[in-house]
Design a protein around this ligand. Sequence first.
Ligand SMILES: Nc1ncnc2c1ncn2[C@@H]1O[C@H](COP(=O)(O)OP(=O)(O)OP(=O)(O)O)[C@@H](O)[C@H]1O
Ligand SMILES: [Mg+2]
Length: 392
Amino acid sequence: MELRQPIRRAALADIEAQASRVAAMMSHIRAAMLRPEAKKSAPTLTAAELCSIAGIEKSSLNYRLKRDDLPEGELVGNRREWVMAEAREVVSALRSDHMRPAGAIAVTITVSNFKGGVAKTTSAVTLAQGLAMRGHKVLVVDLDPQGSATTLFGVLPDAEVEAEHTAMPMFAGEHEDLRYAVRSTYWPGIDLVCAAPLLFGAEFALPARQTRDPGFEFWLTLDRGLDALREQYDVIVIDTPPALSYVTINALMAADGVLMPLPPSALDFASSAQFWDLFSDLCNELVRSRGRDKVFEFIDVLLSRVEASDAASGVVRQWVIEGYGEKVLPIEIPKTSVTATAAAEFGTVYDLPRGSMHSKTLGRARDAYDRMCELIEQQIEAVWALQIEQTK
Ligand SMILES: Nc1ncnc2c1ncn2[C@@H]1O[C@H](COP(=O)(O)OP(=O)(O)OP(=O)(O)O)[C@@H](O)[C@H]1O
Ligand SMILES: [Mg+2]
């Protein structure tokens, strides 16, 4: 006998019950994964890792630690490890010529793409961690009501985030700047402005303010809101929702640089074209029509979730390179195998324990993200140099 799929009606009450069931599960899952105190902690770094980040030989590490009176780490078994806060202290001393020079301010990077699931959040959080490991002070601004970046930082959007922890009050006009929302994270050197579903309210608040006050420029709310923070941070990384929403437009207008993760698939490539098309239409309407311009210091297209064995992706990769030219970063993030534990979904390659790097694909993904951070850091340094040049 043929088995037919029965229809299952769902009234709002059913959906509510289902939502709270899943939310309760999430709390349990998180608690179980992050036991004992349901808090994430940043990894420690070994001497080899410090040397690799600082670009020095192991032999000169000991000398520099003594000479500059830097933290010497702790013996774990027969090797030394540095907790992240101390590792950052060592790294920023060893890489002093890569740190933000006096007179320069934070470089803001918005991670964006129309398309869902292209690794925006993964790239944003990994970039923030990588830059913090290189000694920089980073602010992550989560602008996606899904709060995925917030979740990766070990904070549950539904249960632990209030409006005051998000950009919502700023978008609603209750605060001029975002300082009120900044909180520290488990990762030394990274602060966070959280997101939660309530941030979706910005999609109503911003157009309403624009209607009330035609002189209001909704697209500059975040740009202005970040001004008070730009001297305190080296880099500001903004994660956006998969849409060209009012909030995403704000994130792009506030950005010095854009990072667009793009998997080499035909649909994703097509969608990226629509994204830039729509964005330039919007810019014409909002910015050019007022006789102004919007200049990005850099736009980086990052080939993400690349499957080496997939023949079709080779073809699309060529399209991407042809279409975006030198904007394509000379590095690809490989698709990692699903052998990674479920816990990996709640962290990035930089959160995983050292042992898991024996998995080839994870090791390659980590190397690729290292290189991505290095390439983006070079652009950040170039923007700082430009800022100083312009103030002369
Ligand atoms: N290199 C990779 N290999 C395999 N899986 C990946 C890789 N990068 C990201 N993912 C997974 O793909 C999924 C989507 O990634 P992510 O949440 O970063 O995308 P996103 O663009 O931010 O999505 P959204 O549009 O919903 O915000 C996640 O489950 C993530 O763990
Ligand atoms: Mg995301």
